[in-house]
Ligand binder design. Structure first.
Ligand code: OGA
Ligand code: NI
Length: 367
């Protein structure tokens, strides 16, 4: 009796942790907990996207091309008008991309008992599954593994070091290559923003986090959300939509626009920290992930933040009496702590919390 009760309990816990487990039973309708009303917001249909396609940036041309100024101009307008771009010719080899895809898919195909070794532990934000804050919290339609990656000293001993070695090996390589790529991109962003080089040094060997997500197909995709609308509390994020399935949407001028996957391209987006550092010139745009009824979608998002002890705020080289700072200054460690206590993936609310309000402007002016 005791045994069977705990077996039932375990099943319920595992269902809450994993959509893959939930859909093992025939499911004609979506459980209430996953129903999120988001359909009342305007969104474009896939066929309508042509004139709204996300800008594509070619990294090779940006570094070695014939007209670097033109490419930099494209990068500037992508960051200013979209906050997002597709990155091609990024230098990550096809072999690495393919191996990573196979290994990440392999992880999500592991038996549930294996994946539960990595489950989110009480009070933690890292691990496999969803951080459940309250009983009535709506849940997203996706299975995730979130891990802190860099500096190495913050790697959680029961997560990254315990992953299957073939996955760990390719991740090590990918993590390092993306760290280099992120620094190249930061340098280019700094150039377009005219931020002094040393202000971007905070990102060198900075904090790097990673989220792998498996979005299973859903019988009623219009009722659920793979990942609720949010902006990223990062400097930049590099997203790999590895198995080529669409689902990402970004909010532009109040409308949700689907992003079409370009094979082997990476999607780069400006996070809240670059919006702050650029004093609002570059936008951290809200985005979300939808799901479909036919095919699973797999993604790996890599998040780049400055070092723990560094201070973030509008770049000194960009602010003056005509362009007063729009955001407060804060030490990264505090920023992250605050973020995780506010974190409900609630649109851009956390960035708004960093904004200097009119009242505060008045107070500052009167000091
Ligand atoms: C994220 C994110 C999008 C996706 O993890 O912050 O926006 O398609 N992911 O998985
Ligand atoms: Ni995101």
């Amino acid at each position: 009796m005791v045994f069977s009760q705990s077996a039932i309990l375990r099943e319920e816990v595992e269902e809450a942790m994993s959509i893959q487990e939930l859909i093992k039973k025939p499911l004609t309708s979506v459980p209430q907990r996953y129903i999120q009303l988001h359909n009342n917001e305007p969104s474009l249909l896939a066929g309508e996207t042509f004139s709204h396609a996300l800008p594509t940036i070619n990294l090779k041309k940006l570094i070695h091309g014939e007209d670097i100024e033109l490419e930099l101009e494209k990068l500037t307008s992508a960051c200013r008008d979209w906050g997002f771009f597709q990155l091609v010719e990024h230098g990550i080899s096809s072999v690495v991309m393919k191996t990573l895809e196979d290994e990440v898919e392999g992880f999500f195909m592991l038996p549930m008992e294996e994946k539960m070794k990595y489950k989110v532990r009480p009070g933690d934000v890292e691990g496999y599954g969803t951080v459940i804050g309250s009983e009535d919290q709506k849940l997203d339609w996706g299975d995730r593994l979130f891990m802190k990656i860099n500096p190495r000293s913050i790697r959680n001993p029961h997560l990254f070091p315990e992953l299957p070695s073939s996955l760990r090996n390719i991740l090590e390589l990918y993590i390092e290559e993306l760290q280099n790529l992120a620094m190249i991109l930061m340098g280019l962003l700094g150039k377009t923003l005219k931020i002094e080089k040393r202000e971007l040094e905070v990102f060198e060997d900075g904090i790097q986090n990673m989220r792998m997500t498996y979005y299973p197909p859903c019988p009623q995709p219009e009722l659920v959300m793979g990942l609720s609308a949010h902006s990223d509390a990062t400097g930049i994020t590099i997203l790999n939509q590895m198995n080529g399935v669409n689902g990402l949407q970004i909010k532009k001028d109040g409308v949700w626009i689907p992003v079409n996957v370009i094979s082997e391209a990476l999607v780069v987006n400006i996070g809240d920290i670059i919006e702050i550092m650029s004093n609002g010139a570059y936008k951290s745009v809200e985005h979300r992930a939808t799901v479909n009824s036919e095919k699973e979608r797999i993604s790996v998002a890599m998040f780049f933040l400055p070092k723990f002890q560094s201070e973030i705020g509008p770049a000194v080289s960009l602010t003056n009496p005509e362009h007063p700072p729009l955001f407060k200054r804060i030490v990264v460690e505090e920023y992250i702590k605050d973020y995780f206590t506010h974190n409900k993936l609630n649109g851009k609310s956390y960035l708004e919390h960093m904004r200097i309000t009119d009242d505060e402007k008045f107070t500052n002016a009167s000091i």
